[in-house]
Ligand binder design. Structure first.
Ligand code: AMP
Length: 285
C-alpha cells in the first residue's frame, strides 16, 4: 500500500493508473477506521482495478463547538487496517494542503443541505460537498463509494454529481452494525459504557418501524409514533429528529412510497455524542 500526502503526487498516481487503462475506486473517510469503512473499501475493490482510500478530517464540515479537535486520529492502526483491507493507495493530505489560507470557493447544494442533520449542523454539507468535489478532482475516480449510514450525505452528493456533471459513479454500501444493532461509527468510542448499552435502542426503533412496514403499515405518522414509543424508553439520549422522507428530495412524506428514508439522529446526555442511523423502505438509496 502506498501512502500519499501530497495532492500533486496523488493526481500523478491516478493519471498513471488511468494511462494504463486501470479503473480507480475512491473511498473518502475521516479515519478512525472500522469494519463499515472496510466494507466500502471491499466494494471499491470489487468494482475497480485500484482502490484509493482517503483519510481527511475536514475542518470545513465541523461547526464551531463540534468535535473537530477531539476527533480520533489513530494514524498507525488506520494504516494497518487500510493495508489489511487491500487498499492500494492511502491518501492522507494535511489540512494545510487541502485548504490554502485564501481558500474561498465552496459548493452549496440548496434545499436539502439545511434540513435533517443540516438543521443542527450549519455549513456541514457545504463543507462535505466542497471537500468531496476536491477529492474527485484530485483522485479522478471512476467510482466513489459512500455508506448508507450517512444517507443525507449520499443524497446531497448525488445531487452535486448530477447537477455539476461530475464524471464519477456513486455507489452506496449498506450499514455495518455491531452485534446489538448499533451502527458502527468512529464516534461510538466517545460513549460511556451505559450510553453505549442504551444506544442499541436507536436501531430497535428503526427495526420496529420496519416490522410495521412489513406488516403493511404505510402511514408515516404511525411509523414515527412507533419509533418514538421506543425512544421514550431512553434515559441517556434524546432524539434530535425522527423523520420519514422521500429519498431523492428529503422532503417529509405522509405515506411511505417507492423510496422512503427513515432517518434518526440522537444526542447522548452525558458525553453529548451525536449519533445517526436510518433504514430504507421500498427501495435503495
Ligand atoms: P466517516 O469516516 O465517518 O466520514 O465515514 C466515511 C464513509 O464511511 C462514509 O461514506 C460513511 O457513510 C461510511 N460509513 C460510516 N459508518 C459506516 C457503517 N457503519 N457502515 C457502512 N459505512 C459506514
Amino acid at each position: 500500500m502506498k501512502i500519499i500526502r501530497q495532492i500533486d503526487e496523488m493526481i500523478g498516481q491516478s493519471a498513471e493508473f488511468r494511462s494504463r487503462g486501470l479503473t480507480v475506486g475512491l473511498v473518502p473517510t475521516m479515519g478512525a477506521l472500522h469494519q463499515g469503512h472496510l466494507s466500502l473499501l471491499s466494494m471499491a475493490k470489487q468494482r475497480c482495478d485500484r482502490a484509493v482510500m482517503s483519510i481527511f478530517v475536514n475542518p470545513t464540515q465541523f461547526a464551531p463547538g463540534e468535535d473537530f479537535e477531539k476527533y480520533p486520529r489513530p494514524f498507525e492502526s488506520d494504516c494497518e487496517m487500510a493495508r489489511g483491507g487491500g487498499c492500494d493507495v492511502l491518501f492522507i493530505p494535511s489540512p494545510e494542503t487541502m485548504f490554502h489560507p485564501l481558500h474561498a470557493a465552496f459548493v452549496t447544494v440548496d434545499r436539502m443541505a439545511k434540513i435533517l442533520c443540516g438543521a443542527s449542523r450549519p455549513g456541514h454539507f457545504r463543507g462535505v460537498a466542497t471537500v468531496v468535489l476536491k477529492l474527485f478532482n484530485i483522485v479522478s475516480p471512476h467510482v466513489a463509494v459512500f455508506g448508507q449510514k450517512d444517507a443525507q450525505q449520499v443524497v446531497v452528493l448525488k445531487r452535486m454529481v448530477d447537477d455539476l456533471n461530475c464524471p464519477v459513479r456513486i455507489i452506496v454500501g449498506p450499514i455495518v452494525r455491531e452485534e446489538d444493532g448499533l451502527a458502527m461509527s468512529s464516534r461510538n468510542r466517545y460513549l460511556t459504557e451505559a450510553e453505549r448499552r442504551q444506544a442499541s435502542l436507536i436501531h430497535r426503533g428503526l427495526s420496529q418501524a420496519l416490522r410495521l412496514y412489513h406488516g403493511g403499515e404505510r402511514s408515516a405518522f404511525r411509523l414515527r409514533d412507533a419509533m418514538n414509543d421506543v425512544y421514550c424508553q431512553a434515559t441517556l439520549f434524546a432524539p434530535e429528529y425522527v423523520e420519514i422522507v422521500n429519498c431523492t428530495t428529503l422532503e417529509p412524506v405522509t405515506e411511505t412510497g417507492e423510496c422512503t428514508l427513515v432517518a434518526v439522529a440522537v444526542r447522548t446526555r452525558q458525553t453529548k455524542t451525536r449519533l445517526i442511523d436510518n433504514i430504507m423502505l421500498g427501495g435503495d438509496l
